[in-house]
Ligand binder design. Structure first.
Ligand code: IMP
Ligand code: MG
Length: 182
């Protein structure tokens, strides 16, 4: 599926990934028991995580999607987010859980939180599969985190390297020569 020379190491193998997602689903199911719930995934990186996580959530819920693009330089998140695709439905008075692939500087989610808060949901929380905590520039309240990871470029399980390899069933670290050439 991928030329092995692209990969430095497999950071989170499939079985570990899936076991943790099942735990997150169980925890979310307990926390929202008896309540209305709406999951919002941010395209495109969160698609695989959303699909697996929702299969472990036992409370009835609806789903919706947003697509955003960040202004600014290609590899630096500017924190100013343009909405490319907005939600199809209103979130007013709903319990909203944002499903994200990864938090890096926190700028994207910080901006998204502000946009969504203005729409007056009953509650608004974040579930992120991966957290590069050492890179955080803006404090973002994340209720559910799958894995804390080191400051390395990762790909697979929804995350891309120049739009490819989202289909890998594990999280891998990109070989250093592709992002930090010596
Ligand atoms: P933030 O605004 O810096 O938190 O940007 C987070 C976004 O950057 C994520 O939603 C990803 O699209 C992207 N991103 C950050 N780190 C990585 C990575 O290691 N691999 C792939 N995409 C990443
Ligand atoms: Mg993303």
């Amino acid at each position: 599926m991928i030329d092995p020379s692209y990969i430095e190491e497999i950071l989170i193998p499939t079985d570990v990934l899936q076991a943790r997602i099942a735990e997150l689903g169980a925890q979310i199911s307990r926390d929202y028991e008896g309540q209305d719930l709406m999951l919002i995934a941010v395209l495109k990186g969160s698609v695989l995580f959303m699909a697996d996580l929702m299969r472990h959530i036992t409370v009835p819920h609806s789903i919706d999607f947003m697509a955003t693009s960040s202004y600014g330089a290609a590899f630096e998140s500017s924190g100013v987010v343009r909405i490319l695709k907005d939600l199809d439905t209103s979130i007013e008075d709903r319990n909203v859980l944002i499903v994200e692939d990864i938090i890096d500087t926190g700028r994207t989610l910080n901006y998204l939180l502000r946009i969504l808060r203005a729409r007056q949901p009953r509650s608004l929380e974040i579930c992120a599969l991966l957290d590069k905590r050492s890179r955080r520039e803006v404090d973002v309240p994340v209720k559910y985190v799958g894995f804390e990871i080191p400051d390395k470029f990762v790909l697979g399980y929804g995350l891309d390297f120049v739009e490819k390899y989202r289909n890998l069933p594990y999280i891998a670290v990109l070989a250093r020569k592709f992002y930090a050439p010596e």
